[in-house]
Design a protein around this ligand. Structure first.
Ligand SMILES: NC(=O)c1ccc[n+]([C@@H]2O[C@H](COP(=O)([O-])OP(=O)(O)OC[C@H]3O[C@@H](n4cnc5c(N)ncnc54)[C@H](OP(=O)(O)O)[C@@H]3O)[C@@H](O)[C@H]2O)c1
Length: 266
């Protein structure tokens, strides 16, 4: 990776996750809005953090935009005069397109749009990313892949798929926490101590996820392995089908995808 000085614009929850994942291998600087959070980042995270976005753009050749979507336009327009064709701007702002980023940055820098998720905080994130059609070089896309690959898994997608990515893996950790919480409640209902029930639920989700990722089999085939004829699992599955779990999850992803589409232009 040639571009080595990375600036995190907005060292909040996601910005911090990315900074912590990269600081062993790269020189990291960052900005926040308030002086207090910049001082806290310096003290607690030992990251060079200030409030001057223009200075950050002059210091760094890769800028990762981690402010809220409604703050993206003003922050990029503020930095615009300091941006040139050597810069790579990677935005993680939900719903904001590469076209918008290019417009707000003045069209000179290379642009990547990415959607990570909160498990990036522990190095187990899932990020999908894309370039601006006909503009972003393969080298810059590879840089983005390496950055997000250092805090979990990273996959390249087409830009039109990014709202769907937001609805699935961007928001997905919240769906999974709800499932873990519900399974844990169920454990309490059948007499297990809450701590044990939560451990059983969380480790079961993690183990099953690893089976899918490592064995590469269709989830339905793995489900069939657990489901013995006239056994207990088929009764549990019947209850889930009655409760419309599948269609509920599909609707959750659709609703969040639509919301992501709606963030544009606000
Ligand atoms: N959270 C998620 O699960 C998730 C997942 C994928 C993508 N995203 C995207 O990640 C982005 C950040 O989300 P987050 O949850 O990390 O938000 P957050 O914790 O609220 O962090 C936002 C950061 O931006 C800083 N900021 C605000 N205005 C600024 C300015 N003018 N100049 C410099 N810094 C400024 C804030 O500084 P102060 O602390 O001083 O206010 C704060 O550090 C969003 O665009 C979101 O769509 C989030």
């Amino acid at each position: 990776m040639k571009k080595n000085t990375i600036g995190i614009v907005g060292l909040g929850q996601m910005g911090e996750a990315i900074a912590l994942g990269l600081r062993e291998t790269h020189s990291i600087s960052a900005t926040t809005k308030s002086k207090e959070s910049a001082a806290a980042a310096k003290k607690d995270l030992k990251i060079n953090c200030h409030n001057d976005n223009v200075k950050l753009a002059k210091e760094c050749d890769v800028l990762v935009l981690c402010v809220k979507p409604h703050q993206a336009q003003s922050v990029l327009e503020e930095m615009r005069s300091a941006l040139n064709s050597k810069h790579l701007v990677i935005s993680i702002a939900a719903g904001i397109t590469t076209e918008q980023i290019r417009k707000w940055t003045g069209g000179k820098p290379s642009v990547v749009r990415a959607m990570p998720n909160t498990p990036c905080l522990i190095g187990d994130g899932m990020t999908a990313y894309c370039g601006a059609s006909g503009q972003t070089s393969e080298d810059d896309l590879a840089i983005a892949g390496k950055i997000f690959g250092s805090i979990g898994q990273a996959v390249r997608v087409e830009e039109e798929q990014m709202d769907g990515v937001t609805g699935l893996s961007g928001c997905g950790p919240a769906y999974v926490y709800l499932m873990i919480e519900s399974l844990s409640e169920a454990g309490v209902k059948v007499g297990l101590p809450r701590k044990v029930a939560t451990l059983l639920a969380a480790q079961t989700l993690m183990g099953a996820s690893k089976m899918v990722l490592e064995r590469g089999e269709h989830p339905a085939a793995l489900k069939d392995e657990v489901t013995t004829p006239a056994g207990c699992t088929i009764d549990g599955l019947m209850a889930l089908e009655e409760g419309k779990l599948r269609v509920t999850l599909i609707k959750a992803v659709l609703a969040a995808t639509e919301r992501s589409r709606g963030l544009r232009g606000k």
